[in-house]
Design a protein around this ligand. Structure first.
Ligand code: AP5
Length: 206
């Protein structure tokens, strides 16, 4: 089974993917995480992508498609859970030539909620575990004890720009996949464990 998580920045795609992928036997593929790893490792791709990411803009399709095709060349026997890809019509059309998609989960949440979540988000600089200052007071990661950092694109101005780009370029994919009968909406303001359970139930019905 191959699944896409759609949803605006900060809607919880990464948080849900972490909880759902293993339970459903899916490989979690996050283009945002892959790009951040390239930036951290100072690769040529990372250096090209960083400026776009810091401004909240999409990284050019050619760079993303090369990166994701390389990732897809690995065997993922149980299927994949795509988080942050595809991001526009061009990427969706390219994807359709590579694999069949069985379900699309659309995480629904208002702009002001995601801005509040993103500016409260802290990420472990070592293992990448996501935390929120709303539920976690310490500056240390609960998973590995390393320092938590704020993503450079998690300030209000950039988050609102990311949301604008999401509405313009990514949200139309809800209709694109909706026309194929693949989309299920999920209320992304539910308590985290309840939301993850609901998504597992939807995917389990496949
Ligand atoms: P990416 O990393 O994909 O960012 P995004 O889509 O903006 O999503 P986020 O990672 O910000 O949020 P999320 O939905 O995963 O939420 P999270 O689970 O962390 O992309 C970053 C950049 O890379 C892009 O701007 C672009 O430049 C580039 N890029 C990536 N892919 C690309 C592509 N395909 N093409 C071109 N460019 C690309 O949750 C957020 C917070 O909310 C957390 O603190 C969490 O604890 C909390 N939370 C989650 N769910 C709940 C809940 N139910 N209740 C309360 N709190 C919750």
């Amino acid at each position: 089974m191959n699944v896409i998580f759609l949803g605006p920045p900060g809607s919880g795609k990464g948080t849900m993917a972490e909880r759902v992928a293993e339970r459903c036997g899916l490989a979690h593929i996050s283009t945002g995480d892959m790009l951040r790893e390239h930036v951290k490792q100072n690769t040529e791709l990372g250096n090209k992508a960083k400026g776009y990411m810091d401004k909240g803009e999409l990284v050019p399709d050619a760079l993303i498609l090369d990166m994701i095709k390389e990732r897809f060349s690995k065997e993922d026997a149980g299927g994949v859970l795509l988080d942050g890809f595809p991001r526009n019509r061009k990427q969706a059309e390219e994807l359709s030539g590579i694999m069949e998609i069985h379900k699309v989960i659309d995480l629904v949440v208002e702009e002001d909620v995601i801005v509040d979540r993103a500016v409260s988000r802290r990420v472990c600089g070592s293992c990448g575990t996501v935390h929120s200052t709303k539920t976690h007071n310490s500056k240390e990661c609960t998973a590995c004890g390393a320092d938590l950092v704020t993503r450079p694109d998690d300030n209000e101005k950039t988050v609102r720009e990311r949301y604008r780009i999401y509405e313009e370029q990514t949200a139309p994919l809800i209709d694109y996949y909706g026309a194929k009968g693949l989309v299920r909406n999920v209320d992304a303001t539910l308590p985290i464990d309840e939301e993850a359970e609901l998504i597992c139930t939807i995917l389990g019905g496949q």
